[in-house]
Ligand binder design. Structure first.
Ligand code: KIV
Length: 301
């Protein structure tokens, strides 16, 4: 560890985190890049790659905690991950997912739990899954000054109602409902809306009708931005969703590195002298004298 900031630390310090106004103003000007992260190293990697926003997604349940879905995530667990991300993030807007049943009970639940992200984890925006059925919660949060990102289409917390993780808005009626949900969320104050697993032409039409940016995942190229799960992008997932692109096979790189470490330990080539610590010669001599004195005393007994 050094006290001197590295070049990339200095660059990070120089980049101001975008505000929700910056995110809204980016619409039709430049594409927005969002990535999930669940801990401090993940946040640093995401920012070094230049993302605009980091999502502390409840996908942590599946990506990191080995669970079958996201619905077991608790507020305590989400706050724990959100605090780790926000401790490292400097130049991106960090958004935290409100977990299943942390807001469905009504505006008071939503305010209390979103407030925990603000007070305990330094988070400045939250994401809620759902459309018109959660408008009172969205209005309460935005009215209290808490920026909200919406999430429509495949909303994994409601996957049981869809019969699993399936693409949504594939009928005229469902597409129209999605548009009405998106417009209602925008009117309730959402600063952007995730569209997940929605046909590309539907996502494009919704995007064109909104003033706030859409962030797509499995929603085609015409959203205002894209989001991916960190572990999907880096080849660290067991699960390979069709919409994800693997940009690096880190699982392979990491297991090769662990294999090299195991080999070095077994062959005795790790640790090498440069990995060890020394003791001053005079201290070593003093200790040898102590050992000799101890064994002389033992012999005398
Ligand atoms: O939890 C999550 O990572 C998400 C994204 C997939 C949008 O909600």
């Amino acid at each position: 560890m050094t006290d001197c900031p590295s070049g990339s630390d200095a660059a990070k310090a120089a980049k101001r985190a975008p505000t929700i106004v910056d995110i809204i103003n980016a619409k039709s000007v430049r594409r927005l890049v969002m990535l999930t992260a669940y801990d401090a190293p993940g946040a640093r990697i995401a920012e070094a790659g230049g993302v605009d926003m980091i999502l502390v997604g409840d996908s942590v349940a599946m990506a990191v905690l080995g669970r079958p879905d996201t619905n077991s995530m608790t507020m305590d667990e989400m706050v724990h991950h959100a605090r780790a991300v926000s401790s490292a993030a400097r130049g991106s807007l960090v958004v935290a997912d409100m977990p299943f049943l942390s807001y469905e009970g009504g505006p008071q639940d939503a305010l209390r739990n979103a407030g925990r992200f603000f007070r305990e984890a330094g988070i400045r925006a939250v994401k809620l899954e759902g459309g018109r059925q959660i408008l009172p919660q969205v209005r309460a949060l935005t009215g209290a000054g808490i920026p909200v990102m919406g999430h429509l289409g495949l909303t994994p917390q409601r996957a049981a109602m869809f019969g699993g993780f399936k693409a949504q808005a594939r009928t005229a009626e469902a597409a129209h409902n999605l548009l009405r949900d998106a417009l209602a969320l925008q009117d309730a104050g959402c600063f952007s809306i995730v569209l997940e697993c929605v046909p590309a032409p539907v996502a494009a039409a919704v995007t064109a009708r909104l003033r706030v940016p859409t962030i797509g995942i499995g929603a085609g190229p015409d959203c205002d931005g894209q989001v991916l799960v960190f572990h999907d992008l880096l080849g660290l997932s067991d699960f390979h969703p069709r919409f994800a692109k693997v940009y690096a096979d880190l699982a392979r790189i990491a297991s090769d590195a662990v294999g090299a470490y195991a080999r070095d330990v077994r062959e005795g080539s790790f640790p090498a002298p440069e990995h060890a610590f020394s003791i001053p010669p005079e201290e070593w001599e003093k200790w040898q004298a102590l050992l000799r004195a101890d064994s002389a005393a033992d012999d005398g007994e």
